[in-house]
Ligand binder design. Structure first.
Ligand SMILES: [Zn+2]
Ligand SMILES: [Zn+2]
Length: 451
């Protein structure tokens, strides 16, 4: 039986909070899908990209017409339950007719229970709970009905139900008619704040173009989360990061203005934390940043929801755990790191990234030393030349300590050239002209790349 797959539980098993006893205590059981629909709610909150959920009315119709097939709608949507209990009909309303027809056929097998129903790679997917094997006849009919429904979903607009095309749009497979595809693109343009649009545009570029663009725009520092990582989080947890769709000019929304204000090295920590926060709660994040060398995540609960101190404590514990991990993780590269006072700031760095910071500090010292000088004044100042020479040798030594992985992160830097600068004699032999050119041209470019 190839089409009858057990629902995937793996993802959900890790979904709960860390303390298994806490969930068994008196945290109120969330309402079932049926109860949510009865009150006019969607099963899984808002979806900023929209149209990934069937309307409440259609969901309710299916559940009432085929109560046995969709009996998980009345099951408690705890983390260990099958996806259908938590997500309901996780596809667009345009497929309602297909699912309605399919459900009627599937009802021939009284033991059949839907464990998950969703869109995947643009097509309708239905998984069943493990059940007794039906007769060959019923099984064949079930498989045929399922195959037919999937084939129909391939040519039916998931939004409106009109004929549509299965195609990749903005990196995602979906089936849409021309009008709905245009409408979706328009909505994204209107809804997304400029920084998300910029990220979306950048995602289409090659790595080379992107790093060039970012370097040219001067907008990205080593401590900005890369566009790929930021987008991955927004796409995986759209509800948790729903403020990404708020106009960034609203100063009340720190997240909309600042986005993810952390380095790439903490991406995996934040990804894991986001998965925990997004699973069991209706909260959303209002700020993500580094503070005193720790990951800080600020959040808000749903308005009008009654306060729940126990759940708040669980969330805070998850956030604290992530912050503790960040304190031991280099914010630039994700390798084990040390939290230390560096300059005026506490930061977490591994050895090589610490040395990269030294290169950037040496570039700053050079810039300060030659500020306001011209070549004539520089030629006349032995002190200024010595200071620049010393800084250059520092850069050379720090460059030697960079392992291949950190060099690969900054491919536009000529590391071999920098390494040669550790030779004191070679630097001593540099003419005043060469020193001057290094200070004016190379050091400022290098400093910017390492910022
Ligand atoms: Zn359509
Ligand atoms: Zn590092």
């Amino acid at each position: 039986m190839t089409t009858k797959q057990a629902p995937k539980r793996k993802k959900l098993r890790t979904a709960g909070f860390s303390n298994p006893n806490a969930l068994k205590l008196d945290i109120p059981t969330p309402p079932t899908l049926r109860e949510c629909l009865g009150r006019g709610f969607f099963s899984s909150g808002i979806s900023p990209y929209g149209h990934r959920e069937m309307t409440v009315a259609h969901s309710m119709q299916l559940i009432e017409r085929y109560p046995s097939l969709y009996r998980l709608a009345c099951a408690s949507p705890v983390p260990s339950s099958s996806p259908f209990a938590r997500e309901g009909f996780a596809c667009g309303d345009g497929w309602f007719a297909i699912i309605n027809k399919l459900s009627a056929k599937l009802s021939a097998d009284p033991d059949l229970v839907v464990g998950q129903l969703k869109e995947k790679l643009g097509l309708l997917r239905v998984y069943f709970e493990p059940s007794l094997l039906p007769s060959d006849e019923i099984e064949e009919a079930t498989d045929a009905a399922l195959a037919e429904a999937v084939a129909e979903s391939r040519i039916t607009c998931e939004r409106c139900g009109k004929p549509g095309e299965h195609a990749q749009r903005e990196g995602h497979w979906s089936v849409k008619c021309e009008a709905c595809a245009a409408e979706e693109a328009r909505r994204k343009k209107v809804l997304l704040p400029s920084w998300v649009r910029r990220l979306l545009a950048l995602r289409k570029k090659t790595v080379f173009d992107r790093s060039g663009l970012l370097a040219a725009s001067g907008e990205r520092s080593r401590l900005d989360l890369s566009p790929e990582h930021a987008l991955a989080l927004l796409e995986k947890y759209p509800v948790l990061y729903r403020e990404a769709w708020v106009a960034p000019k609203n100063p009340a929304s720190r997240f909309a203005c600042g986005g993810f204000e952390i380095g790439d090295g903490w991406f995996h920590i934040l990804d894991r934390l986001s998965a925990r926060l997004a699973k069991d709660t209706a909260i959303h994040v209002v700020q993500v940043k580094e503070k005193y060398g720790r990951l800080k995540v600020y959040w808000e609960g749903q308005q009008n929801a009654p306060p729940d101190p126990r759940l708040d404590a669980e969330i805070e514990a998850a956030i604290r755990e992530a912050a503790d991990e960040s304190e031991r993780t280099c914010e630039v590269c994700g390798e084990p790191g040390m939290s230390e006072m560096r300059g005026n700031w506490v930061s977490v760095r591994c050895g090589p990234c610490d040395r990269s910071d030294e290169i950037s500090a040496a570039c700053e010292r050079i810039a300060e030393r030659v500020e306001g000088l011209d070549l004539a004044a520089f030629s006349a100042s032995a002190n200024a030349q010595d200071a620049v020479r010393l800084a250059i040798v520092n850069i050379g030594h720090a460059a030697v300590d960079q392992p291949p992985a950190s060099r690969a992160r900054l491919p536009t830097i000529d590391w071999q050239r920098l390494e040669r600068l550790k030779e004191t004699q070679a630097v001593t032999d540099m003419s005043v002209d060469e020193l001057w050119r290094f200070a004016i041209d190379e050091a400022s470019v290098l400093g910017r790349k390492l910022r």
